[in-house]
Design a protein around this ligand. Structure first.
Ligand code: DGD
Ligand code: CLA
Ligand code: PID
Ligand code: PID
Ligand code: PID
Ligand code: PID
Ligand code: PID
Ligand code: PID
Length: 312
């Protein structure tokens, strides 16, 4: 297709740049400017809306392309192979083309709003500047091909199951865990701190398992989960906490996407996360909330997971 051909040209223009970026640099975990959690949440909300509007088949293929690209990483900078670099760009270009232009621009504008204007120049200073300009020129040509292949109307909303066992169980889970949710400091910057003692390649392994799980999920249910998160963001209070009803809808939606993949795929995520999150992290989280609320939430989860497993 045209986007695939254009991605090869983009690769010619941008792979030198890609090789020069230190993908293992911890700076990419930081906020791109001053820390503004509510504004950042707005930007994420725009990404969620774009993801919910995207073609689920193309999202799945983009996830697969990333998984494959992780498998061909080499060298100290963590760069993927030339072929996989092109395949990722092509897959993302197709995702972008599957949503109306305005939804893409809304993401750009919202991210720009939390990005310090000095950030692009700082990024450029870490690589060969001429290669960065060549890559950007390639991007400008690529985006014209994407725009020429772009849909103009948004896709239909997801179909949300009703009266299912997971939905019923989500009510009980939400009742048991909402007090815990209210105890958590959602606006803290602690969630942007590096995991103690873990390197980027180690962390990427766990992210890879999530990508694989995402790619196996039912597309309609994943879209529904994105829509539930968007709605929940719309009802947050000043401390970032969503309403009990929206919280319940998020739990139901997540339970359903978990049930749409094999148990082993979920356990692969759990086991790989356990390797990078040591008990000092969970204990620290636990120390900041009411312990009885956390234990009630945990008990609710263990009951919920049996219902999810039965539907798996
Ligand atoms: C950039 C963009 C990269 C900056 C990276 C910041 C993104 C951080 C994202 C953090 C998001 C939060 C998610 C984390 C969640 C954590 C949860 C725990 O360098 C601009 C200005 C605005 C930049 C910010 C907006 C970036 C938007 C990127 C999309 C968002 C993606 C989503 C991210 C994350 C999630 C992924 C899953 O646009 O951009 C560089 C540009 O900066 C440079 O400016 C451009 C002008 O826009 C353009 O108009 C033009 O002036 C151009 O061109 C210069 O500069 C000129 C000529 O016109 C060209 O023809 C050519 O010759 C060129 O010069 C050559 O120099
Ligand atoms: Mg990504 C984007 C890393 C998994 C879906 N992703 C980005 C970039 C960053 C990144 C490179 C955001 C920061 C930025 O704009 O820099 N993703 C990244 C990693 C992983 C991952 C490390 C780990 C596996 N992503 C992942 C998965 C999905 C996505 C699983 C779902 C399928 N990701 C996704 C989308 C988008 C990203 C939809 C974006 O739109 C965003 C992005 O790249 O926006 C431009 C700048 C970008 C780069 C350095 C890489 C692109 C290089 C282009 C082609 C040429 C360079 C041009 C110029 C020099 C700089 C960019 C200017 C900008 C205005 C365009
Ligand atoms: C400018 C000036 C003009 C020239 C110009 C110019 C530049 C405009 C630009 C630009 C626009 C632009 C847009 C970009 C958009 C990037 C969008 C990224 C979206 C990320 C998402 C993440 C996610 C997910 C995901 C799916 C999940 C939801 C999420 C489901 C259902 C200024 C050059 C024209 C770069 C969507 C993917 C996993 C949130 O106009 O003179 O330069 O860049 O998890 O959804 O699971
Ligand atoms: C524009 C203007 C509107 C019209 C429009 C428009 C276009 C927007 C577009 C577009 C946005 C867009 C985004 C693209 C992003 C591509 C990002 C590629 C990233 C590739 C990576 C590869 C890799 C790896 C990996 C992880 C490793 C690092 C690597 C570590 C820690 C402008 C059409 C709406 C194409 C990250 C995955 C293995 C490098 O908005 O008018 O057209 O395209 O090895 O991580 O090692
Ligand atoms: C300039 C002027 C214009 C021309 C121009 C220009 C240059 C702009 C540039 C540039 C922008 C730019 C951006 C780059 C972005 C790279 C983003 C990489 C993201 C990598 C990540 C990696 C990671 C992980 C991971 C999970 C870990 C955290 C991490 C935990 C809990 C100035 C040329 C356009 C290079 C996200 C995945 C392992 C961080 O605009 O005229 O030149 O470069 O380790 O999670 O640990
Ligand atoms: C233990 C001991 C026994 C008792 C027990 C026990 C506990 C097991 C547990 C547990 C398992 C477990 C699993 C959990 C899994 C969480 C999975 C999270 C996945 C996140 C993803 C994120 C993403 C996306 C997304 C879609 C994108 C890709 C991504 C596309 C196509 C130990 C109690 C049984 C918590 C998938 C969603 C946006 C990456 O066994 O004695 O306690 O918890 O962006 O994909 O867009
Ligand atoms: C298990 C054992 C196997 C069998 C199995 C199994 C089950 C795994 C499961 C499961 C995993 C799972 C995960 C669930 C997660 C629910 C998470 C809910 C999150 C809700 C949030 C709501 C909110 C917001 C929001 C953003 C705001 C904060 C809030 C800010 C900054 C165990 C079956 C495989 C259900 C976060 C969105 C508005 C609070 O593996 O043997 O069954 O379920 O307002 O952000 O303000
Ligand atoms: C313990 C012992 C057992 C019993 C037990 C127990 C407790 C464990 C616990 C606990 C674990 C735990 C975890 C918690 C996790 C909360 C995660 C919140 C994430 C929030 C984010 C928010 C954000 C943003 C956002 C984007 C911004 C960055 C942020 C940018 C660029 C010990 C009870 C089981 C509470 C990610 C979205 C706005 C950070 O196990 O016997 O009690 O709690 O602002 O992006 O700015």
């Amino acid at each position: 297709d045209q986007i695939g051909d254009a991605a090869k040209k983009l690769g010619d223009a941008s792979y030198d740049f890609a090789k020069e970026v230190d993908w293992n640099n911890g700076v990419f975990l930081q906020a791109p400017g001053s820390f503004q959690p509510l504004k950042a949440l707005k930007a994420i909300d725009k990404m969620i809306e774009m993801g919910a509007a995207a073609d689920p088949e193309l999202l799945k293929k983009a996830a697969d392309a990333h998984h494959k690209a992780i498998g061909s990483i080499s060298g100290p900078n963590g760069v993927t192979s030339r072929a996989d670099w092109d395949a990722v760009n092509a897959a993302l270009g197709r995702v972008v083309a599957s949503v109306p232009k305005q939804k893409v621009m809304d993401v750009y504008d919202a991210v720009k709003d939390i990005t310090d204007p000095k950030v692009p120049a700082y990024m450029k200073s870490l690589v060969n500047g001429a290669d960065a300009e060549k890559a950007y020129q390639g991007f400008l040509e690529f985006k014209d091909v994407v725009a020429a292949n772009q849909v103009t109307t948004a896709s239909a909303a997801a179909t949300v199951p009703t009266g299912d066992k997971i939905g019923t169980a989500a009510k009980a889970l939400s009742d048991a865990s909402y007090p815990f949710i209210k105890d958590i400091d959602w606006l803290s910057d602690i969630y942007l701190k590096p995991l103690p003692g873990k390197t980027a390649p180690e962390t990427l392994k766990a992210i890879d398992k999530m990508i694989v799980m995402g790619s196996k999920m039912d597309g309609n249910l994943l879209k529904a989960a994105a829509e539930a998160h968007h709605k929940a963001i719309g009802s947050i209070d000043a401390k970032g906490v969503t309403s009990p009803e929206d919280y319940e809808a998020v739990n139901a939606a997540l339970g359903r996407i978990v049930a749409s993949v094999p148990k082993q795929t979920v356990m692969d995520v759990c086991n790989s996360m356990a390797k990078i999150v040591d008990s000092s992290v969970t204990n620290n989280m636990f120390s900041k909330v009411n312990p009885l609320d956390a234990l009630s939430a945990a008990k609710g989860f263990y009951t919920f997971k049996d219902v999810v497993e039965a539907g798996q």
